[in-house]
Design a protein around this ligand. Structure first.
Ligand SMILES: Nc1nc2c(c(=O)[nH]1)N[C@H]1C(S)=C(S)[C@@H](COP(=O)(O)O)O[C@H]1N2
Ligand SMILES: [Mo]
Length: 167
């Protein structure tokens, strides 16, 4: 009886552990992004913490684009949203993105898979200070895909991103 209970508990704990969780490195530097929610790969309890080197080590791209925030085209560089989702083993459909100023925006996961949006970590090759809307700015390829130029996507382009919840 007691054994059955113990075995049951062990099984329940085991069943809650994702079967194919990939190891996520531990951040060595300052944590700049915390990802939580429906994710399989974590490094801090139920959370996936990232420092800048971890973010910039993910598959990324440059987006050279005009935007509402800058005069003329600027070069934004950083990990693909899709690469971040893959790194954490995301399984949800939506992202709740929170910025340092507590601005919150909801982004469908499909956005990151369809539009090659990035979490920009540099602007014209330089890291962005918080004053310059850094350290992380979600940027869509507005010039490549003119249909993205509307309030919906501008609103999803959160700057000073500090955390993302997958749900
Ligand atoms: N961190 C943060 N990002 C944000 C916002 C905000 O208030 N804080 N506003 C969003 C909205 S609703 C839009 S339309 C654009 C507006 O940018 P602007 O205020 O520089 O024109 O940024 C988006 N990103
Ligand atoms: Mo907006």
């Amino acid at each position: 009886m007691r054994f059955a209970l113990l075995a049951g508990t062990a099984l329940a704990i085991f069943a809650c552990t994702p079967a194919f969780a990939d190891a996520l490195a531990m951040p060595a530097g300052k944590v700049v992004l915390e990802v939580s929610g429906k994710i399989a790969n974590t490094n801090d309890g139920a959370t996936a913490d990232f420092d800048m080197d971890m973010l910039n080590g993910l598959a990324g791209r440059a987006i050279v684009t005009n935007s509402p925030w800058y005069d003329g085209p600027r070069t934004c560089n950083g990990p693909l949203g899709s690469a971040l989702l893959e790194a954490v083993g995301a399984s949800g459909d939506m992202l709740k993105v929170t910025a340092l100023n507590d601005y919150v925006t909801e982004i469908p996961v499909s956005d990151f898979l369809d539009n090659a949006a990035i979490l920009a970590t540099t602007l014209d090759g330089e890291p962005m200070s918080v004053r310059e809307k850094g350290p992380i700015f979600i940027i869509y390829p507005f010039d490549e895909q003119p249909a993205l130029n509307n309030e919906t996507y501008y609103g999803r382009s959160a700057w000073q991103v500090k955390s993302i919840e997958v749900y």
